[in-house]
Design a protein around this ligand. Structure first.
Ligand code: FAD
Ligand code: FES
Length: 357
């Protein structure tokens, strides 16, 4: 037994030494990252393809900031990427792997690498902004307004997200834009404090108005589909309010021609926010209906609205007749439950769009 422990410890120590040696001692010299056959970046090897793209101001979706936990930074490596890593296998199917797909954050550049990224993914830009307003909405949610500096304007689709660069690091986190795309010189983000979370703690506890913030974007395929005039169903909770609010104000400024049911779930009355604002929109546009649901109302809340899960409210209010497109945003269990309810309401899977976070 003792021999087994000693051998294991030695092997572990060797593995650790190899990792440290690779990080600090191994140099790969000058390598080229060749993009779409026509752009070449000469780099000193050793970092990930994602890092070199960012250094050259090319921003592809990378919501987890390079930790191989979002799978968003998928691209095609035509040559020079080496073998796929176990960390990538969760996000890259066997078929995709055969076709050369990899996670850009996991492909370390050790020699010349040829990559392909479709043009539509290369539209994101970097914005320098100033935190012009920070308002606490609930005990763990705030709204942050980032005013873009200079003459640059941002163009995005309602529902898309941007990536916030955590100052002093090379890490980014994804936040859905909560303001309407009609406002092109600022974005508003609704940020929930995640205990122990790097970026959300920074925004809640450190960031002050007047400080500079860099963000990139826009990104994402969760956005309002305008090629249809179906009714809209939105179901959300927590910071999942953000993209739905952007969609709502975009439609409101165009006269709210489609019926729009918005179900928002919270645990207690104290977790609700923007109620007054949304009730105002409801008054102005009869097509819009805001239905908040609370799981645990307390007597002091005098709550007269829906009680229980937000999905129960959706089950109760939605009919099966009109054709609907659904937009869901919130924690994964809520989205999964909502998809089941919407299927019972005859909403087709291809008409259900969601962002889970
Ligand atoms: C498309 C998209 C849109 C999003 N939009 C929004 C939005 O509008 N609003 C919003 O609030 N969020 C949004 N998110 C989530 C957001 O991107 C971040 O994931 C979230 O804010 C947490 O980031 P963080 O840096 O605070 O936490 P992280 O530092 O990334 O930590 C995440 C978790 O890991 C734990 N952890 C961290 N470090 C350690 C460690 N060393 N050991 C063990 N555990 C650890 C933390 O406790 C936490 O539970 C979105 C995500 C996606 C993918
Ligand atoms: S998997 Fe998230 S950035 Fe690569």
């Amino acid at each position: 037994m003792l021999t087994f422990i000693v051998i294991n410890s030695i092997l572990l120590a060797i593995a650790l030494l190899l990792v440290i040696a690779e990080k600090f001692l191994v140099t790969y010299g000058e390598c080229s990252v060749i993009l779409n056959g026509d752009k070449t970046f000469n780099v000193m090897g050793g970092e990930s393809v994602l890092a070199y793209l960012n250094q050259h101001k090319l921003f592809i979706p990378s919501a987890c900031g390079g930790k191989a936990t979002c799978g968003f930074c998928k691209l095609k490596v035509l040559s020079g990427g080496g073998n796929i890593l176990p960390t990538e296998e969760v996000y890259v199917t066997k078929q995709e792997s055969k076709e050369g797909y990899r996670l850009a954050c996991q492909v370390k550049v050790k020699k010349d690498v040829n990559i392909y990224i479709p043009e539509y993914l290369l539209g994101a830009q970097e914005y320098e902004s100033v935190a012009s307003e920070i308002i606490q909405l609930t005990h763990d949610i705030n709204i942050l307004k980032l005013k873009i500096l200079g003459d640059k304007k941002i163009k995005f689709l309602p529902g898309q997200y941007v990536q916030f660069k955590i100052p002093g690091t090379d890490e980014y986190r994804a936040y859905s834009v909560a303001s309407s795309p009609d406002n092109t010189d600022y974005v508003e983000l609704i940020i929930r404090l995640v205990p122990g979370g790097l970026c959300s703690t920074y925004v809640h506890k450190v960031l002050e108005t007047g400080e500079k913030v860099i963000f990139t974007g826009p990104f994402g395929d969760f956005y309002l589909r305008e090629e249809t005039d179906t009714d809209i169903v939105a179901i959300g909770g927590g910071a999942g309010m953000a993209p739905i609010r952007s969609i709502l104000y975009y439609l409101a400024s165009r006269g709210m021609k489609r019926k729009f049911y918005y179900f928002f779930g919270a645990r207690t009355a104290q977790d609700l926010f923007f109620t007054k604002e949304l009730k105002e929109v409801e008054k102005e546009f009869p097509n819009f209906k805001y239905i908040p649901a609370i799981q645990d109302p307390e007597p002091k809340d005098n709550w007269e609205g829906e009680v229980g899960f937000v999905t129960q409210a959706a089950e109760k209010f939605l009919d099966k007749t009109s054709k609907k497109t659904a937009y869901l945003c919130g924690p994964p269990p809520m989205i999964d439950a909502a998809v089941t309810v919407l299927a019972r309401k005859n909403i087709q899977p291809e008409d259900i769009h969601y962002d889970k976070f």
